[in-house]
Design a protein around this ligand. Structure first.
Ligand SMILES: [Zn+2]
Length: 277
């Protein structure tokens, strides 16, 4: 599943190809994604220029002349840059053809992704942050407003486990299952700990390891950008070596204790009983 680092890598891969480009044609082959792709989108987008691209949580936002195109990769989506006239394959549901002959193509076998349009007033009065999908999201983990004091305040009234709380997008966005386990390991925090029991110094430590874990993954993703723009290449997802994730029963790389796997809120959690208190 594309996590925040893959979405950030996708954003970085797309940006030089799409910024300032005029949309020539939009093709919808299958509108049945998580929500239907609006049928009037081809008419709306034709001849609009893509001004800038952003990411908010795992949403890619393509700011156009009269609104913002919202893209989400769901469980299995990928976006690629291809030469125009590249024949579509089975799961290629949506194309943006640009005036310069470049094609941006969405492939999404499981169809949990999204392509939505948010009309906005022209000029600087953009209101995309108020979109229902975005309005209630917590801070970005890599930006300054996610800090120790914030996490401490946000967890005081939460008796759920710290793992479940950091995966709650109202608290902080983009900390998926893998990164939650990995960040808690590096912070030395046991995932079953009740969030409101976390001290301020431990909140500081956790903020730091969440940032580090995500940044390291994004940095690694940068090396896959070449694949990302290659028509035969893999999308920008990447396998990496984890400290605890997926390592049930294997020795901890720090202390040698066997890594444990438990279920929390229907999701697998991995941790080291030796290192995490
Ligand atoms: Zn250990």
């Amino acid at each position: 599943m594309p996590e925040l680092p893959e979405v950030e890598t996708t954003l970085r891969g797309l940006t030089p190809h799409l910024t300032g480009q005029r949309i020539k044609q939009v093709t919808i082959r299958n509108p049945h994604l998580r929500w239907p792709i609006p049928g009037n989108l081809p008419g709306i987008l034709r001849d609009q220029t893509i001004r800038t691209l952003h990411r908010r949580a795992k949403y890619l936002l393509l700011e156009c002349d009269s609104g913002t195109l919202i893209l989400h990769l769901g469980m299995s989506g990928s976006l690629r840059i291809l030469p125009a006239h590249t024949p579509p394959e089975k799961h290629d549901h949506f194309d943006l053809l640009l005036a310069n002959g470049t094609l941006m193509r969405l492939r999404d076998p499981r169809r949990f992704g999204a392509v939505l349009w948010h009309p906005e007033p022209t000029g600087n009065q953009r209101n995309i942050a108020q979109h229902p999908l975005l309005a209630k999201l917590g801070p970005e983990p890599l930006l300054e407003d996610f800090d120790a004091e914030y996490l401490y305040r946000a967890t005081r009234k939460r008796s759920a486990t710290i793992k479940q709380v950091i995966m709650d997008s109202h608290v902080v966005v983009g900390v998926g299952n893998i990164y939650a386990s990995e960040s808690l390991f590096h912070a030395g925090i046991r995932p079953q700990l009740h969030a409101n029991k976390l001290s301020l110094p431990r909140c500081a430590r956790l903020v730091q390891t969440i940032r580090k874990t995500l940044s390291a993954s994004i940095a690694q993703g940068g090396s896959t950008l070449r694949d990302f723009v290659d028509s035969n290449g893999k999308p920008g997802y990447f396998q990496q070596s984890y400290a605890v994730y997926g390592r049930t029963g294997e020795p901890c790389r720090v202390c040698g204790t066997a890594i444990k796997q438990i279920l929390q809120g229907q999701r697998s959690t991995f941790y080291c009983p030796g290192c995490q208190k």
